[in-house]
Structure formats: C-alpha cells, structure tokens
Design a protein around this ligand. Structure first.
Ligand code: B12
Ligand code: SF4
Length: 471
C-alpha cells in the first residue's frame, strides 16, 4: 500500500486585502505539521510506504515534478491537507491525481474540511474527507483498504458511494496527544524553513499542546478541548531537532501559556537537561507573571508573540478575548524587563469600531513598543461567531465563502466587514500603521544592526517595498 501526502501549492491563494499579510510573507513555508504527524503515525501503525510531497518550499516543485512523482510512485491513496487559503490550489492537485491515476483514492483533510466537508465532496475529484484529527482515522482507512474492507462505520470520515455521500459519525479528538509519535521531519531540508523575524534559523516548529479553551469570536478554533503533551516528550523533540541541525524552536501552539504548570514543567525540564536551544512562543497576555517570564527567559525563551487585538476594553469584552488592556501593558513590560523580544498582533475593524477607537489600537501598538507589530484588518472567517454575525448584515454581502467552497476560484479576495468604518479607512489605517512602525529610525537602525546575510537583506527589503507600494 502506498500513500502520498500532499501540501498543496500557494500559487492561487486567497488574498488578504491591503498590507495585512506583510509580516508573514515568507512564513507560508512553514512545514505542514498535520501531515508530518499523520506520516509518523502511519509509519508506526501500518506497513504502508508513505511519502510527503511538499509544494510549499522557498524553491517549490512544480506541477510537472508532481506528475512525475505520481507516475513513478503510483500511490494507492493521496491525502491532501487543506486550509481555505489554498482551496483552489488543493483542487488542482486533486484533479492532477485523478488525471494521472484515476483509480487512486483522493482524501482531503485539514481546517477547511472541518468547515466545508460536504462542499468538498461536491467536487468530482475528491473521494473522501476526514473531518477532525487525521492520525488515527487515516491509519484506519489504510487498514481497511489493505484488508479489502469497506468504510462502514469508520468514524471521522465522509465519503462517496456511487451518487450518495455517506456521513459516518464524528471522531472525538484524541485526549492524550502523547499517543502521537513525534512529527516526521525526515522529508525536509531543515535550512529551508525560515520566518523573516527568526533570530536563529532554521527554526523547528513544535506543538506542545492542542486546542484552546477560549472562545474568541473572531477565531476559528474548531476543537476547544485543550490538551497538553508531557514536558518530557516536548523536550525529547527539542533535543531531536537540535541534533538535526535546527538552531531554535518555534512553539506553534495557539496558546502556549494556557497552563502554568505545563509551561513550568517544560522550562524546568529544559534547564535541568541543559537543552540549550533558544525558543519562541505565542502567549495570551493573562496567565503570566514576573516569575514565570523570568523562568521562561532562563529556559531559552527569546521571543513571545502576544495577541493584543484591540486597545478598547469594550471591544476586548465584545470579542470575548477575556483579557484587559492593562494586562497587555504588563505582559509587554515584563517581557521587556526579562530581555525577551516581542511581537504584537493588532486587529483593525472589529464590528462597531469607530475610526477613533481603531487609532487608539495603533497608538497602543507604539506604546507597548514590541520588536515587531503585525496589523490586520478583521476578516470574518468561516465557523467563527463574527462570521455568523456578519452574515446577518446585508452590507457584508452573504456567504461568499460557501460559494468559494462550492465553486473554487483562484485568488479569492477575502472580505472585510465595514460596520462603521469604510473598507478604505481600515486598509489605509493598517498600511499607515505598518509604515509608521517599520520606517521609524529606531527600527531601521536595529534591523540594520541585526541583518543576517544576503537572504535577510533581500527579505527585509522586499517587506519594506511591499509596505510602500501596496495600495
Ligand atoms: C501555524 C499556523 C499558521 C502559520 C503557518 C501556516 C502554515 N502554512 O504552515 C502562520 C502564522 C503563517 C499562519 C498564517 C495564517 N493562518 Co494559520 N494557523 C496556524 C495554526 C496555529 C497551527 C497549524 C498547525 O500546525 N496545526 C497543528 C496540526 C497538527 O493540525 P492541522 O494542520 O489542523 O492537522 C490536523 C487535522 O486538521 C488533520 N489534517 C490536516 N491535514 C490533513 C490531511 C489529510 C489527508 C487528513 C486525513 C487529515 C488532515 O489531521 C492533522 C493531525 O491531527 C492553525 C491553528 C491550529 N491550531 O491548527 C492556524 C490556522 C491553520 N490558520 C488559519 C488562518 C486563517 C491563517 C491566516 C489567514 C491568518 C491571518 N489572518 O493571516 C494566515 C494565512 C497564511 C497563509 N497564507 O497560509 C486558520 C485556517 C482556517 C481555514 N479555514 O483554513 C487556522 C485553523 C487558525 C484558526 N483557528 O482560525 N498560520
Ligand atoms: S484567539 Fe487565541 S485565545 Fe482566543 S480562541 Fe483563538 S487560540 Fe484561543
């Protein structure tokens, strides 16, 4: 049995209007963690020969490389990971598979499928979708195919049977993430992965938990069951990455500091075992205090990303963020004091937000003085509370996302939701904020002093040009 897992290309990705994506321009080259987890689980629990084809590399393979792999490897099953940003590209991949190998089973999974399972199966080229976590479901699919059994009752899948779509029961998320072996990093040249702001690269992306118990209304966090890995297993992964040549670790958890105990055990373990590798993480501004931040710094934390979102307490309450503006100030101050650099995320255009309030958010971004700031216009995303509210407002123009899921088009332009401010006001604010933040003499001087080779100069100049030229 041969399985090919595919991370689709990004040639026709959906477009965030304006300058919102600037800080993440190259980050789409992060390794596909979902597929890497599925691959290692399949390798452990089946005899299948599993390969991973990754289109999302700085020097990406093209469609003819992919066709060549299909012809040479002849997979029985192709599994494609799909986020809504790359839905059109994912459809192209599936179509290529069916053109070259019509009998190969094409299975889709990933965040887009969690929302649009039936729309995906409405496309001719998909045979099956996996809704939810894929490790165990994929393994069971392979076992059934190997033994010639049908898919009757296999939880977590929907599939086509003739003209009918069979919807099997949902699969519960795995309560113990340590059941999953470490993600398989063997397919990648580690040096290829680089986030513009990484101080030490290559940086390994590592997940220490899954899920998030919060219910922020703008976030599509599909599985709220929050689960942590054992610290020992996380540390083993850090050690493994270091041996592979990674020079830092980027914890990709949505919410690294949800459990203080979890953070403490990772930090204490890292210190005790003298792992000695710098790391970055994404934290909420609550759940932190000076002792914890000092411990994190001692354990190698060099950068924290904070979701500030807004400077207006009423907005923070409305979006159910569960944080206060004061906590934002304290979190940045504590990180600064501990010598940890910071990235602040700020969102412009929450429903009901006035121009004055949005300007306050931008002022706060300067007051907090993060090392990097990322400004976004609010894009109501499917399966979020804000999207549900936007659908009730005729000004938003209806469920264009479902239309896209049914009839994929290249480079869909994502929609903002103008309630009080106009779209132009939001886009202008974000562009000006980027301009003001990144063209400050102090920022330019610091960036120049930290330039790290030609690639870095090229990437940072590209970012600067995009800020200047984007309308
Ligand atoms: C890291 C991350 C990023 C990184 C890197 C993205 C990348 N391309 O690698 C950065 C910071 C750049 C980023 C940016 C954005 N992201 Co992002 N990101 C994530 C995050 C936090 C983690 C992804 C991850 O590694 N997950 C861990 C793995 C194990 O989970 P997984 O990928 O879902 O895979 C599991 C299942 O889905 C399933 N599965 C997945 N693929 C497959 C395939 C098969 C065949 C099968 C059977 C199963 C299967 O099995 C896997 C294992 O259990 C997720 C949130 C989350 N917690 O997942 C959001 C998320 C993927 N991002 C999202 C969004 C919206 C964005 C942005 C648009 C945000 C923005 N406003 O700019 C941009 C888009 C950038 C871009 N062009 O892609 C959404 C996607 C929504 C959607 N409908 O597709 C998510 C889900 C966040 C959210 N809660 O809203 N992101
Ligand atoms: S925004 Fe962050 S804290 Fe809020 S639900 Fe999403 S992941 Fe959790």
């Amino acid at each position: 049995m041969k399985v090919l897992l595919v991370n689709p290309p990004t040639d026709h990705e959906a477009i965030m209007p304006g300058t919102s994506q600037i800080l993440f321009m190259q980050h789409k080259h992060s390794p596909p963690m979902g597929l890497m987890y599925i691959k290692s689980y399949l390798k452990k629990h089946t005899d299948a020969e599993v390969r991973l084809f990754n289109f999302q590399l700085p020097d990406p393979p093209d469609a003819s490389d992919f066709k060549h792999t299909l012809i040479e490897f002849r997979p029985d099953l192709v599994g494609i990971t799909i986020t809504s940003m790359y839905w059109y590209d994912a459809c192209q991949v599936a179509r290529t598979v069916k053109d070259v190998l019509p009998k190969t089973l094409v299975v889709a999974g990933g965040p887009h499928i969690w929302v649009y399972a039936s729309e995906t199966l409405a496309q001719r080229e998909f045979d099956m979708v996996v809704v939810g976590e894929g490790e165990i479901t994929m393994t069971e699919i392979v076992h059934r195919l190997e033994s010639g059994s049908d898919m009757d009752g296999l939880s977590g899948i929907w599939y086509k049977s003739g003209d009918r779509v069979i919807r099997n029961p949902a699969r519960q998320v795995e309560p113990n993430p340590d059941r999953f072996p470490l993600p398989d990093r063997s397919d990648f040249d580690v040096r290829q992965h680089r986030f513009l702001i990484d101080k030490w690269w290559p940086a390994a992306t590592v997940l220490t938990n899954r899920g998030c118990p919060h219910k922020c209304t703008f976030c599509m966090n599909n599985d709220h069951l929050y689960r942590t890995r054992r610290a020992e297993s996380v540390i083993n992964e850090m050690v493994q990455c270091k041996k592979m040549g990674y020079r830092s670790v980027d914890f990709f958890d949505d919410n690294f500091n949800q459990s203080r105990k979890h953070v403490e055990s990772i930090c204490n373990g890292v210190i005790g075992r003298q792992v000695n590798i710098p790391w970055a993480c994404r934290c909420r501004v609550d759940n932190l205090d000076k002792d914890l931040i000092r411990l994190m710094a001692e354990a190698g934390c060099y950068r924290i990303h904070f979701g500030v979102e807004s400077a207006n307490q009423k907005t923070l309450d409305d979006i159910k963020k569960g944080t206060t503006v004061q906590q934002c100030r304290e979190a940045f101050a504590m990180a600064n004091e501990a010598g940890i650099s910071t990235v602040g995320y700020f969102i412009i255009g929450f429903p009901g937000e006035t121009l004055e309030e949005a300007k306050k958010t931008i002022s706060l971004s300067f007051e907090l003085d993060p090392d990097y700031a990322a400004y976004f216009t609010l894009i109501p995303a499917p399966a979020t509370k804000i999207f549900e509210s936007a659908l009730k407002d005729p000004a938003f123009g209806g469920d264009y996302f479902r239309g896209y899921a049914l009839h994929p088009i290249p480079n869909l332009v994502l929609k903002v939701w103008p309630t009080i401010m106009t779209e132009k006001q939001m886009l202008d604010l974000v562009r000006h904020a980027y301009f003001k933040f990144y063209f400050r003499p102090s920022f330019i001087m610091r960036s120049i002093s930290q330039l790290n080779g030609f690639k870095d100069i090229f990437a940072k100049t590209g970012m600067a040009l995009k800020i200047i030229t984007t309308k």
